[in-house]
Design a protein around this ligand. Structure first.
Ligand code: MG
Length: 160
């Protein structure tokens, strides 16, 4: 019986006018926002998929289907809290999270600490266990053309 498990998550959403840009549970000043059934918070979605993946519990689409009106416009932090509850109920807790947001614009550096604090608070973790990095895609591909924002995450779980 191993006492650690690892999972990875990936998400991408399209940028459109008339939507707020929510990343890591906070609103970021920008001219466009991410399109999705929920608040389209790609970072939080990637983290949840990594948590579920670590325990082979499927993906967030299974728990919060985009066809379910209950999740329309949902705050992804509420979903994160639920996924964390599921992980804890299975006897696991988060060791650490490492994530990367890939966005051409805006500059995310001024927001990283607030995102870390917010996610750590929801997950009842010390913020130093929640790493968030940001990079551009060097103007390459759909993310480089500012058609969307993507996020990757790795999560280590420890048996309680
Ligand atoms: Mg998503």
């Amino acid at each position: 019986m191993t006492n650690i498990r690892i999972g990875n998550g990936y998400d991408i959403h399209k940028l459109v006018e008339g939507r707020p840009l929510i990343l890591g549970g906070i609103e970021i000043a920008h001219t466009v926002g991410l399109l999705g059934h929920s608040d389209a918070d790609v970072l939080t979605h990637a983290i949840m998929d990594a948590m579920l993946g670590a325990l082979s519990l499927g993906d967030i689409g299974h728990y919060f289907p985009p066809t379910d009106p209950q999740w329309a416009g949902a705050n992804s932090l509420i979903l994160l809290e639920q996924v964390n509850g599921l992980v804890r109920s299975r006897g696991w807790k988060i060791g650490n999270i490492d994530s990367t947001i890939v966005a051409e614009r805006p500059k995310l550096k001024p927001y990283i600490k607030t995102m870390q604090d917010k996610l750590a608070e929801v997950l009842s973790l010390n913020p130093d266990r929640v790493s968030i990095k940001a990079t551009t895609n060097e103007k390459l591909g759909p993310v480089g053309r500012e058609e969307g924002i993507a996020a990757y995450s790795v999560v280590l779980l420890i048996a309680e």
